[in-house]
Design a binder for this molecule. Structure first.
Ligand SMILES: Cc1ncc(COP(=O)(O)O)c(C=O)c1O
Length: 392
């Protein structure tokens, strides 16, 4: 993969015609080592967030060698890159064929479920294996999350009681897990989730071997400024201690966004300007899904490429290259007011749920990926970065 010191150098040398995607290894290393040093337990990378091989290698080489996987293809990728790593199959809905392949061909022992039917599938597909670690995923309030996952996944706490008792009869180890929703904006959600698990533990009198507090840890966006990640860890530690369990379960988490969001950005080119509408060469069917329907406002900057960058800023909406009218990103995206056709823009915070969502719709697809060594436009891990963006 070709490397550049900065995005300005990249544009100067490559003059890209299509959109290009940038990976910042330093940002991934910083985020991974932060989680490794601060989370009081085991950290799994949720590989769905960004399965690019370079990114996964960087995460693994930064010391996070456990992975949350959702499909057999994610398992294959992990076992190719890190044959000795441990992958946890945390999708609560899996086909019998994939459970079987995961267990017998890839030595996967950790499985999540939220129904009796899934438990039965796991038991039957592994031919009554005695070495399974079974996680009951419990649905908790996702009220503080930007993306709610609680309606699709998780057993109600009342259903989880029976599931935990049942699973205990089959598993070598049992776990209880939850997900507070993606981009969870308040650390209290984790404390509440752990309290919900505490009620299940009290009622069943079963102490799980493992408690999994999921992903959901936030990144930073121009209009989403979460509390420092230290506060999330603090709430988790306090709530975990308050369970006052004699045999302490192992604690695990499975962040995605917080590990990689800052590491990725796209460099796009303006194809046409209509007043405050910029038609660009990438969109929601490309690397900018999150800026579309979920309406994440993303940080942007103009890359001069020999042009004067006006100090006067204005707000734009962005339109992608396909013929679909939902290929539209409301923003607001704050950029110099002199932007015109041919100008380059960097769009930041695209390391999570971006590369992996690209489609070939309308024939627009770019796989030009470069490494850059400059700092991300915004960062949770570098305090000055976030505030300097706001001042600008
Ligand atoms: C089971 C599971 N774990 C972890 C994650 C990662 O979540 P996030 O990127 O919000 O940290 C997801 C996201 O969908 C998930 O479904």
């Amino acid at each position: 993969m070709q490397k550049f010191k900065t995005v300005e150098e990249l544009v100067g040398k490559v003059q890209p015609v299509g959109p290009v995607y940038c990976i910042r290894p330093n940002s991934i290393k910083t985020a991974c080592s932060w989680f490794k040093s601060n989370f009081p337990g085991k950290v799994l990378y949720a590989i769905k967030t960004n399965p690019n091989e370079k990114v996964v290698k960087l995460v693994g080489d930064s010391g996070i060698e456990n992975f949350d996987v959702a499909s057999i293809n994610e398992i294959k990728l992990i076992k190719k890159l890190f044959p000795n790593s441990r992958a946890y199959y945390m999708n609560t809905v899996k086909s019998r064929e994939h459970i079987r392949e995961a267990y017998f061909n890839y030595n996967i022992k950790d499985f999540a479920l939220d129904t009796k039917e899934e438990l039965q599938k796991i038991i039957e597909s592994t031919e009554n294996a005695k070495d399974l670690n079974l996680f009951i995923r419990v649905s908790i309030s996702n009220e503080h999350a930007e993306i709610d996952l609680s309606q699709k996944f998780g057993a109600l706490p009342s259903e989880a009681l029976g599931l935990l008792r049942l699973a205990k009869g089959y598993a070598k180890k049992v776990g209880l897990s939850f997900h507070a929703g993606s981009q969870c904006m308040h650390p209290i959600s984790y404390a509440k989730g752990i309290r919900d698990l505490g009620n299940i533990i009290r009622k069943t009198k079963i102490t799980p071997d493992i408690i999994n507090v999921g992903g959901g840890f936030p990144s930073i966006y121009p209009d989403l400024h979460p509390q420092p990640l230290e506060n999330y860890i603090g709430e988790i530690k306090k709530a975990f201690d308050n369970l006052k369990l004699e045999n302490k379960p192992e604690l695990i988490c499975e962040p995605g966004r917080a590990l990689v969001a800052e590491s990725g950005s796209s460099i796009v080119k303006v194809v046409l300007r209509k007043k405050q509408k910029l038609y660009i060469n990438d969109g929601t069917y490309g690397s900018l899904f999150d800026a579309g329907v979920p309406n994440f406002v993303l940080p942007t900057k103009m890359i001069p490429n020999g042009r004067l960058v006006s100090k006067k800023l204005t707000s734009y909406s962005l339109y992608g290259p396909t013929c679909d009218s939902i290929d539209y990103m409301k923003g607001p995206f704050i950029l110099p007011n002199n932007l015109k056709e041919g100008d380059y823009i960097e769009i930041g915070q695209l390391g999570a749920y971006s590369l992996t969502f690209r489609t070939k719709f309308n024939g627009f697809y770019s796989d030009q990926i470069f490494e850059v060594q400059d700092k991300p436009i915004m960062s949770m891990y570098e305090k000055d970065s976030a505030s300097s963006y706001l001042v600008a």
